[in-house]
Design a protein around this ligand. Structure first.
Ligand code: C2E
Ligand code: CA
Ligand code: CA
Length: 505
């Protein structure tokens, strides 16, 4: 109780202090006006000051300028009052935290005023789902918080019903620039009887933890806070810290997987794949650490390391006379939004005295399928102009239109593993891959099949006319120190083998 009361007092003092600013500013400025120009100065100040205050204060104090909902501090003060009342009346209150699902995508597709329209519409719908005594705040970007007025009937079931009602209220489309935009929210909440003796900021933190858990199951997920969430999130934060340090210490480095021409059997390139060489846990695959790196905003740093490792390996292979035409590097959406990307790549190529066509940029099909923002388009065309080639990764899993394949000057499509598995035995797989290959041929695109695990799959892909193959059936991703040996061994085998069969039918 003492904790809550102290929190309330501190917050009230902070808000009050902001309002009192004006009591100092107004007389001081009026006095300066009078001191500088006598009666005229006072008159000017009297006219200009109210205008300036009106223009510079777009929203009432303590309110978000876009949605007019509360800001964090007054919201917490309100929630503290609810907590005190709930304890006095032996009832329950709760904090809900909501976030718009896939907000980045909405931001990419709409301009600023469109996003503001969306946030206002969400606020209105939220308000209509609540009672007048509940309070709403916009915490940050697409995140809203709600504090509920205490009620004896507020239990877990009532809270879930309310969360569901809020989600239903978001189902109708929102009109932005004449177009229907659909959005959903994920919700985390914490009832005050779930954690005893906390103040509003701790209750808000608990609801935020529940939201983070809900977002793992987004869209439109709802989660109630449980103490286990706290330790899960702590583990996740711990991983983010560890992975950042690992990247700086050089523990995350590139492995290389070969790509082979089905026509000649020759090595046509290597794909660069990130691996974390953990001192205790051994080799950790990217699926386990990429999300943590993305969370701390370090994907562009990983990109720098991967390009550097790839180009330095390529120049070593050149020096050893190993004839590797190029290396492919995976580029995340975050990296593709870096305005410095093209300059950085160009500089890295210069440092290693390598021509740009030696570097293939691998971009997920979903990146070009989505309505990419200007910066992604500019970067991809900048890299193509520089001379880098563009591989469309995981082809068949996104919805890239033929127009976008053309617009981005894609050179090669990498057919996703899901179409390749058991292609030798499965006629449906064969039909799908044949259709993709025919389309690619008509568009003048090269092709590569990913995840080729057996000789039979490789043989079938060669027969169907797929240009290149990559997968465990040829080699697993190799550490750079093993690549030279592997190339020499592979060459020795290929020399004694007949070339793969060409396309049939
Ligand atoms: P991806 O770009 O589609 O890479 C191919 C993945 O399939 C790799 O997994 C590779 O090891 C695996 N693979 C290759 N051949 C076979 C096979 O025959 N069978 C099976 N089952 N799998 C095969 P990995 O290395 O775990 O990478 C997973 C994903 O992580 C990559 O998928 C890529 O999207 C991402 N990734 C890896 N390295 C980087 C990186 O440096 N930067 C970025 N942005 N993403 C990366
Ligand atoms: Ca890839
Ligand atoms: Ca892939």
């Amino acid at each position: 109780m003492l904790l809550v009361t102290t929190g309330v007092l501190q917050r009230r003092l902070r808000i009050g202090w902001r309002r009192w600013h004006f009591l100092f500013v107004v007389p001081i400025v009026s006095f300066l006006g009078w001191y500088a120009a006598g009666q005229i100065g006072t008159t000017i100040t009297a006219v200009v000051m109210p205008l300036a205050i009106a223009m510079l204060a777009p929203a009432p104090a303590g309110r978000d300028p876009v949605t007019s909902t509360l800001l964090r501090e007054p919201f917490l003060a309100n929630a503290d009052r609810n907590l005190i009342q709930a304890r006095r009346t032996r009832s329950n209150t709760a904090i809900f935290v909501l976030e718009v699902d896939r907000f980045k995508l909405l931001e990419e597709r709409n301009n600023r005023s469109g996003i503001e329209t969306l946030l206002r519409a969400i606020t209105t719908r939220l308000a209509l789902s609540l009672r007048a005594s509940d309070a709403i705040a916009r915490l940050d970007g697409p995140t809203f918080a709600v504090t509920l007025a205490p009620a004896a009937s507020l239990d877990l079931e009532a809270a879930i019903q309310l969360a569901t009602r809020i989600q239903h209220s978001m189902a109708e489309p929102i009109k932005i620039d004449g177009l229907n935009v659909y959005c959903s929210v994920s919700i985390g909440f914490c009832l005050s009887d779930r954690i005893e003796g906390v103040d509003s900021s701790e209750l808000l933190q608990a609801a935020t933890n529940a939201l983070i858990e809900a977002q793992r199951h987004a869209p439109s997920a709802i989660r109630n806070y449980s103490p286990a969430m706290r330790s899960r999130i702590a583990n996740c934060n711990e991983l983010s810290q560890q992975v950042s340090r690992a990247l700086e210490k050089g523990q995350i480095r590139a492995f290389f997987q070969p790509q082979i021409s089905t026509r000649t059997g020759r090595i046509t390139g290597f794909e660069t794949l990130a691996r974390w060489q953990h001192p205790q846990r051994g080799l950790i695959p990217p699926i386990e650490f990429l999300p943590a790196l993305a969370q701390v905003g370090l994907m562009h740093r990983l990109g720098e390391v991967m390009v550097n490792d790839a180009l330095s390996a390529l120049s070593r292979w050149d020096a050893a006379g190993l004839d590797v035409p190029r290396v492919g590097v995976n580029f995340s959406n975050d990296e593709l939004r870096d305005p410095e990307l093209v300059d950085r790549i160009s500089l890295q190529l210069e440092q290693f005295c390598l021509s740009p066509e030696r570097l293939a940029v691998e971009v997920l099909e979903t990146v070009v399928a989505d309505h990419a923002d200007d910066i992604v388009i500019r970067n991809l065309s900048g890299l193509a102009r520089l001379g880098c080639s563009l591989d469309l990764d995981d082809f068949g899993t996104g919805h890239a239109s033929i127009t976008s394949i053309r617009r981005y000057a894609v050179e090669r499509i990498k057919i996703d593993r899901s179409f390749v598995t058991r292609i030798d035995a499965d006629q449906e797989q064969q039909k799908m891959v044949s259709a993709i290959l025919t389309m690619a041929e008509r568009l003048g695109l090269d092709t590569l099949a990913e995840g080729v695990e057996t000789a039979a799959e490789r043989e079938m892909l060669a027969q169907l006319g797929c240009g290149h193959v990559q997968g465990y059936g040829i080699a697993r991703p190799l550490p750079p120190e093993d690549v030279d040996q592997w190339i020499k061994g592979y060459r020795a085998i290929v020399i004694n083998q007949r070339p793969f069969r060409r396309r049939v039918g």
